[in-house]
Design a protein around this ligand. Structure first.
Ligand SMILES: CC(C)(COP(=O)(O)OP(=O)(O)OC[C@H]1O[C@@H](n2cnc3c(N)ncnc32)[C@H](O)[C@@H]1OP(=O)(O)O)[C@@H](O)C(=O)NCCC(=O)NCCS
Length: 207
């Protein structure tokens, strides 16, 4: 789909995925505003860009920003966010079932996990409606996962998604994210969220 070209830029059909720059932020805010009810102030986007510059990526097409994915790195104790536990049951996915049986075999041989871990948090991802369905969302997510694994060396990536957002859920599942928790009334309008998690490192002994 996309060919990796150096450095940190990918080219797809009619679009380029690259790191965000400060001068992109007004357009990123426009994409956010037109795509999602969860909107943020300029300083929030700028803070994330300055603090985790590699984890803020944009898609450019026709000379403008048409999509973005922004993430941050957090240190957490919550085993669900770390991909060590699943409140919806490991039966939630075939991957979860496979991991469970693998875990039972490997448990005796692996080291104990520390109490906290570094995780990636995909805060927001969106593509302008007229540019959807061309692989741009997939490319943004792929680049986010690559950066989280190779640059920030996190143990997992997690995100929140509306339980009704079938298209986004399908996109995340395509990359191995599993539904791990349901948060009641997470959104301002009262809708529940799923927390979806992608474990990037091997499971430790005590998970
Ligand atoms: C979710 C979103 C970013 C996907 O962007 P996109 O550029 O359309 O994504 P892609 O073209 O790479 O499609 C990715 C996957 O999404 C799913 N998808 C995309 N369009 C779909 C549609 N019309 N119906 C069902 N599934 C669809 C498919 O699984 C697709 O993968 P596939 O083509 O390999 O089957 C985009 O729909 C969006 O901006 N939505 C509004 C904002 C939003 O909901 N963000 C997520 C908040 S958690």
């Amino acid at each position: 789909m996309c060919v990796l070209s150096p450095p940190q830029s990918r080219r797809g059909e009619g679009y380029v995925i690259r790191r965000a720059r400060e001068e992109d932020l007004t357009q990123v805010m426009e994409v956010n505003y037109r795509s999602l009810p969860e909107n943020y102030w300029y300083g929030f986007f700028k803070y994330i860009l300055e603090r985790w510059p590699e984890a803020f990526v944009v898609a450019e097409a026709d000379g403008r920003v048409v999509g973005y994915a922004m993430s941050r790195v957090e240190t957490v104790a919550d085993p669900v966010l770390r991909g060590l536990a699943n409140e919806l049951g490991s039966e939630a996915s075939p991957l979860g079932r496979g991991l469970k049986s693998l875990k039972s075999v490997l448990t005796q041989f692996r080291p104990r996990s520390p109490d906290v871990g570094r995780v990636g948090h995909l805060v927001s991802i969106a593509v302008l409606e007229e540019y959807r369905g061309r692989g741009i969302g997939s490319a943004l997510l792929e680049e986010t996962i690559r950066v989280m694994r190779e640059v920030y060396d996190v143990e997992s990536v997690y995100l929140e998604v509306r339980v009704s957002n079938d298209i986004a859920i399908r996109l995340y599942e395509k990359y191995g994210f599993v539904k791990a928790r349901r948060v009641k009334g997470y959104y301002m309008d009262g809708e529940d969220a799923y927390i979806m998690v992608l474990r990037l490192k091997p499971l430790p002994v005590d998970s």
